[in-house]
Design a binder for this molecule. Sequence first.
Ligand SMILES: [Zn+2]
Length: 289
Amino acid sequence: MAVLGIDIGGTKIAAGVVDADARVLETAVVPTRACEGYATSYAQLKSVIDKLLRDGVTAIGICAPGPLNPKTGVVINPPNLPGWVNIPLAEQISKEFQLPCRVENDANAAGLAEWRFGAARGYSTVFYVTVSTGIGTGIILDGKIHHGKNGQAGEGGHVTIDYRSSSICGCGLPGCIEALASGPAIARRAGMPPEEVGRAAACGDPRAIEMLDETALMLGAWLGSAISLLDPDIIVIGGGVAQIGEPLFSRLRRITPERSINQFAAETPIVPAALGAQVGILGAACTVL
Ligand SMILES: [Zn+2]
């Protein structure tokens, strides 16, 4: 038995045939051509499915940037997929290919994949975080994505940590953690890419150390609040900024418990994601496995 896992991003659509043991048997990548609008991107999506579809594939799982409604499979209006407005994507793909199809928010799907196959395997309650161009989160409760009433839960990147901040987030609100500690926010403050901040800090560069301390303080305050709120078994952090590695994680492990009322916070593991670049394909697949 196998399924198709498809990761729709603003620049490329990556897809793979995935079996129940998380083996990615075959992959295909096509450009999204998002700026040419919905019809072109949808044709690209169909072409990648045609390329990979074979006997034994029982379902199609798709992950895409939000906002979307995983309960109905409707893509609402993702900023980096222009023209995708209220598209009943799950229904369309299901009809077109005569297979069950689910559509999931990309961070939720990645969290599910880390729970099923990656760093959070064997745990029950998981707070998954990806820190890259934006900050995305997925909440896994008892092995299921927490969707909330309207399918909009888990938007942890838009939790306000400084309500008076002059940093306005892409969502329009001031002081979201995404506006303050995402890759671009770090690069803007530090004047260098996040990965370099880690390297320079490890070499003793005082400015880089200051930037890293500040970023870890913001992320740690945010993660500490998440522990107070969710009391998770584990926190898994992926995305480009997590590539900073130990210089970031050691700070987060120190600061996070200091910023939580949960007296067990220090025992909550904070670990790097395990699945790497194929997390999107695996996550999409997990929604239908
Ligand atoms: Zn925001």
